[in-house]
Ligand binder design. Structure first.
Ligand SMILES: C[S@@+](CC[C@H](N)C(=O)[O-])C[C@H]1O[C@@H](n2cnc3c(N)ncnc32)[C@H](O)[C@@H]1O
Length: 288
């Protein structure tokens, strides 16, 4: 008779360096994230996400020294998070001014210095991401996390941007034609955004994950389901895995539509999770 062992075998963690408890905690479908104040960067860019939030995703989807990509880098929060968590990073940003802020943030003294990792900031159009990777001889990445422009909303969102405008700060990214935040036609925006993620698919290692932080938007009296259309448009190639909802409990409520009609105060964002599973794609093509 074969003797049964009651001792549990330690399992190999294929994805990250978290404990079982930390792993399970992160898989909850919503979270509240109140980042520490960092007025400096918030002032310089109209739509940056907190590096502390990005760091949590990076620590779930990678191990130390792996490569993280952000094709809409802005002021570099993703690379700051990568540096802090000892991951290598590549970021692409269309405006040289924001790329310069990213470089400055990465050279700040207060940032944890991990000499073994590299954070690469590139000024370029992410529509050309495959060529950019070739030109700079960049390695394939393990994980991509990013927040694309929310369609043309920064140009339209007068109320949320009013205070910044009055202070003379940027209320939208800029006027470059290559900036996908300047595409007014909704369908065209979805299609251009998809093209960029088709490119990301090529430079990501097989079985790597992609996280996109985005939202639905309310514009001219109706809801545009940008987050849902982003998920649907990418799902032919990418395997959609989940959404995690970031609840912004500290966002001020505005008197939108008050005494007149329904206009919601949107205090959440979607973190859409996809994976590159080429075998699944080949099977789907063969089945269709
Ligand atoms: C939502 S912001 C990202 C902010 C960033 N997460 C941060 O914390 O600063 C989107 C960024 O994408 C950039 N962008 C727009 N179109 C682009 C393109 N075709 N290629 C590269 N960057 C682009 C914009 O200039 C903007 O800085």
């Amino acid at each position: 008779m074969v003797e049964q062992t009651t001792q549990k075998q330690p399992r190999t963690n294929k994805l990250n360096e978290l404990t079982g408890k930390e792993w399970i905690k992160f898989t909850k479908s919503w979270f509240i994230h109140n980042p520490p104040p960092r007025e400096d960067t918030k002032m310089l860019h109209p739509a940056c996400f907190p590096e502390t939030l990005v760091e949590e995703f990076i620590k779930f989807f990678t191990k130390r020294y792996q490569w993280v990509l952000d094709p809409f880098l802005g002021t570099g929060s993703t690379l700051v998070a990568a540096q802090n968590s000892m991951r290598n990073g590549i970021g692409i940003e269309i405006y040289p001014e924001y790329a310069e802020i990213a470089r400055k943030r990465l050279s700040q003294k207060k940032l944890l210095k991990h000499e073994e990792v590299r954070e690469i900031v590139i000024v370029g159009d992410s529509r050309n991401i495959v060529n950019i990777f070739k030109e700079y001889n960049l390695p394939k990445v393990d994980f991509c996390i990013t927040s694309p422009p929310y369609w043309n909303q920064l140009k339209r969102n007068y109320i949320r941007q009013k205070e910044r405008g009055e202070k003379g700060l940027d209320t939208y990214y800029g006027d470059k034609q290559e900036d996908i935040g300047n595409i007014d036609d909704y369908k065209q925006f979805i299609s251009e955004q998809k093209k960029i993620f088709d490119g990301v698919y090529e430079v990501l290692k097989d079985f790597g994950y992609l996280v996109i932080i985005t939202n639905n938007v309310f514009y001219e009296g109706r809801l545009y389901p940008l987050a849902f259309d982003t998920l649907i448009s990418l799902s032919k190639k990418w395997v959609p895995k989940d959404e995690k909802i970031w609840l912004q409990n500290d966002k001020p409520l505005l008197p939108l539509g008050i005494y007149n009609a329904w206009v919601g105060n949107r205090c959440h964002q979607y973190c859409l999770i996809f994976r590159k599973e080429p075998e699944k794609l080949e099977k789907d093509i063969a089945d269709s």
